[in-house]
Design a protein around this ligand. Structure first.
Ligand SMILES: [Zn+2]
Length: 438
């Protein structure tokens, strides 16, 4: 068998290296997964009875079981009664937020009451929760006043100190004066804010440079802030950065080979975001036809975060309650319109705003109820998100050369998308983190 020579060669290299470095040898460089059903993240239909050969942290081959050559000393993981998928990607999370329950002090207590070490400890739990549920990659869109804490958590995961997904982090995020909480305190007080506030293109570019130089993988910008129901019953959202301010950030960020994610609900702020060259629109509750046409033309990604807007509604007879209901009403129109127009949609939850005790996969049924096919919804959380993250072929797919980020569950998510909440097997980087399939 051709592979056994490689096994021998590899084993010799490992053993000799191990003696020199006094570390225990790796006895099984190959892991093999038998997949009953394989949804590979990219293909339009599943395949049955596949064998996935993993070498170290990468997938080496994916073949039909009948034709598969299994290396002699491989560890075999039998998932032949399960559906196997690539590790999932949530493209909009907040590992440093823990829900914003008004009864527990809402957003403000995160910044006013919690020591940074407490927030970091809880972020450690957040990332573990994500990994347990099969989310092996997160794009985390700002620390909400916890500074560059996301860089530290990412380093802790990469260093093997704590378990967690691959993180793409955006550090502090950028908005304008009057464009982000904390708000509503006495004007004499100089309050901290959840994002870095700038005014003018010079400050905007400087903030982007600071964040990029400290390791931001993405830059997050708030293009809208407060929202309310206008006098004609429409959703109004307050714009924040000008096009000139945003263009300075986008120009700087693109120069570093990185991308800009823009929080925008609709209206003036959304259009400034598109005119300024945002790479992804976050939330995009109220997309008019012109915005959808511009997103198609510019190849802008859409991360709708539907789940976030079904939580914590204020009473229906209050302005806030009317706004909460209006947000969902316009979102449920925007999403199908963008979907049918062919806008590139990625899965994102805004979890953190939603408590981390809740299932992340709750976003899938919302997408499917609004017209997305279950396979497209899975792709939005696998290969399509990988494209947005410039990780095509590396993550979000089960194919030769990709990282061995693999999950499994019993049942068919294509006939019942909700079962993605019940992931039973999680492998990241070729290492089994969780296996409850037996
Ligand atoms: Zn968010």
């Amino acid at each position: 068998m051709k592979n056994s020579c490689w096994v021998f060669f590899f084993a010799v290299v490992i053993c000799c290296g191990a003696q020199e470095n006094n570390i225990s040898p790796v006895l099984h460089p190959f892991t093999v997964i038998r997949a009953g059903v394989l949804i590979d993240g990219k293909s339009d239909s599943p395949r049955h009875n596949q064998v996935i050969v993993i070498r170290g942290n990468r997938i080496e081959s994916v073949t039909a079981a009948a034709a598969a050559k299994i290396p002699d000393d491989a560890d075999v993981i039998d998932l032949s009664h399960a559906t196997v998928l690539p590790g999932l990607i949530d493209s909009h999370t907040h590992i440093f937020l823990q829900g914003e329950d008004p009864a527990q002090g809402g957003y403000d207590v995160n910044i006013l009451k919690y020591p940074l070490a407490l927030r970091a400890a809880r972020a450690t739990v957040s990332v573990r929760r994500a990994l347990e549920q099969g989310f092996t990659t997160l794009r985390d869109l700002e620390t909400e006043g916890a500074g560059y804490g996301d860089i530290g958590i990412k380093e802790a995961i990469e260093g093997g100190y704590i378990p967690g997904p691959r993180l793409f982090v955006s550090t502090r995020a950028i908005s304008t004066t009057g464009g982000y909480p904390l708000e509503g305190y006495a004007p004499e007080l100089d309050m901290p804010t959840g994002a870095q506030l700038i005014d003018g293109p010079v400050e905007a570019r400087k903030a982007a440079r600071e964040q990029l130089s400290h390791g931001a993988d993405w830059i997050k910008v708030y293009m809208t802030h407060r929202s309310w129901v206008g006098k004609n019953g429409e959703l109004v959202s307050q714009p924040t950065l000008t096009v000139e301010e945003l263009k300075a950030i986008v120009d700087e960020t693109h120069g570093w080979g990185k991308k800009v994610a823009c929080h925008a609900y609709g209206g003036i702020g959304l259009h400034r975001g598109l005119d300024g060259g945002c790479d992804s629109i976050e939330h995009g509750l109220d997309l008019d036809d012109a915005a959808i046409a511009q997103m198609l033309k510019q190849g802008t990604w859409y991360c709708p975060t539907l789940s976030a807007y079904y939580h914590d509604w204020a009473p229906a007879d209050t302005p806030e309650g009317q706004r909460d209901r209006k947000r969902v009403a316009v979102h449920e129109v925007s999403f199908p319109k963008a979907l049918h127009a062919g806008v590139k949609i990625v899965f994102g939850t805004d979890i953190g705003g939603i408590p981390w005790s809740e299932p992340i996969a709750q976003e899938f049924p919302h997408m499917v109820e609004l017209g997305m096919s279950p396979m497209e919804a899975i792709k939005s959380a696998t290969s399509r998100a990988a494209d947005m993250l410039d990780m095509q072929g590396q993550i979000g797919v089960i194919a030769p050369g990709a990282y061995a980020d693999i999950i499994a569950l019993s049942g068919d998510p294509l006939s019942d998308i909700k079962i993605l909440e019940n992931v039973q097997f999680v492998m990241k980087d070729g290492k089994v983190f969780r296996n409850e399939t037996k």
